[in-house]
Design a protein around this ligand. Structure first.
Ligand SMILES: *[C@@H]1O[C@H](CO)[C@@H](O)[C@H](O)[C@H]1NC(C)=O
Ligand SMILES: *[C@@H]1O[C@H](CO)[C@@H](O)[C@H](O)[C@H]1NC(C)=O
Length: 351
């Protein structure tokens, strides 16, 4: 969804202080409850899945489980691992959600670390950088709603399904985390383009899932052309679910995330018994298909299912007053902290 500046604090340090005062109760995923293949050790700390375990037991930390309270994430180890490196989140405000959570968690782990934020105002515009000075860790949020370019031309604002010139700004990152989808269905005044172009063909509109698929393939070609030889590690944030339709979790059709205080009891991703009643998001399969066809290995941070269970984790009306109810973004501290624990597991498990 949109980048809404009122959500953005006037400075990260202030944000971090405020966040740290609130009690950080991190829900972790119990990895083993439904998967015999996962070892107990891996379950106890999502962050210690070794390569051996991952390959032998093929524990899919995203596929199944329920929600329990947990507090474990070694932020200092992560900062050390990223010493001298640049980590970049590229995407919409759901990528920003994960970025902000990560900064808060790193700050909680190393509260005395010297940090600088650019721009100093803390505004997201359009690439925001936080640096942990001593360890020289650079963490960037780069705003891109569609991953492909939007170019101002005489005709108007043109969404270029086959161009990623902005990608030059992403080169040089050691870790890249992408996301996209939430802006694709937008129409009306909040749609930030007037035409869609592919090759020499310009159209006023087209099926948005089809457009998303084309753009995702363009993105995949860009990654393969630019990063196959590079040591850059590439991640894609799975599509983040919203909770505006109560029937998706077995409540009345008029229910939204407002007033929800507990997760849905989950058992297994996908369809069938124990699945989230709303089922998978159709664009998940498209994303998986595109990633599977790439030369560069891209790790899917498959957060969709575990987030579908968290109808209780949205800001609702406590979002700065932009929407009546925000059932799209996630509170921080909150669900994105768990995303980052799993991100950490993915980072360390692959090494
Ligand atoms: C800090 O890290 C960046 C990469 O993010 C690197 O280019 C630079 O040389 C490093 N600086 C120092 C002083 O190590
Ligand atoms: C979820 O499971 C717990 C434990 O089995 C149970 O107490 C609770 O009522 C369940 N909640 C729902 C919404 O089914």
């Amino acid at each position: 969804m949109g980048l809404r500046l009122k959500m953005i604090p006037s400075g990260f340090p202030a944000l971090l202080r405020r966040k740290m005062k609130s009690k950080v109760v991190v829900y972790g995923v119990v990895l083993v409850v439904f998967l015999l293949a996962c070892t107990a050790a891996a379950a106890a700390a999502a962050i210690t899945i070794s390569r051996k375990h991952q390959h032998r037991a093929s524990c899919d930390v995203f596929a199944a489980g329920s929600w329990v309270v947990d507090e474990s994430f070694d932020g200092v180890a992560l900062l050390r691992m990223w010493s001298g490196k640049k980590v970049m989140f590229v995407g919409d405000s759901l990528a920003l959600n994960q970025y902000e959570s990560l900064l808060c968690m790193l700050h909680a782990a190393a509260p005395n670390a010297r940090t600088t934020v650019t721009p100093a105002s803390g505004k997201i515009d359009p690439s925001t950088t936080a640096r942990f000075e001593e360890l020289n860790v650079t963490i960037v949020y780069y705003l891109s709603h569609y991953l492909v370019d939007i170019v101002n031309e005489r005709a108007g604002r043109v969404l270029k399904l086959d161009a990623i010139d902005q990608g030059r700004d992403w080169l040089g990152a050691d870790v890249l985390v992408f996301d996209s989808w939430h802006w694709w269905p937008r129409s009306g005044p909040t749609q930030p383009w007037d035409f869609i172009q592919e090759g020499n063909t310009m159209v006023k509109d087209m099926d948005r899932t089809q457009a998303f698929t084309k753009a995702l393939n363009t993105w995949a070609r860009w990654v393969d052309a630019n990063l196959v030889q590079a040591s850059t590690r590439v991640f894609f944030q799975g599509i983040s679910p919203s909770h505006y339709r109560g029937q998706d979790w077995g409540a009345s059709a008029r229910a939204t995330c407002m007033g929800e205080t507990a997760p849905v009891n989950g058992t297994a991703a996908g369809a069938g018994a124990g699945a989230y009643p709303g089922g998978p998001i159709p664009q998940q399969a498209i994303l998986r298909g595109v990633l599977a066809g790439m030369a560069k290995p891209v790790y899917l941070l498959d957060f969709t299912y575990l987030s579908q269970l968290r109808k209780d984790a949205h800001p609702t009306k406590y979002n700065g007053g932009i929407f009546g109810e925000d059932c799209t973004h996630w509170c921080v501290a909150g669900l994105p902290d768990t995303w980052n624990v799993l991100f950490y597991a993915a980072l360390t498990g692959q090494q």
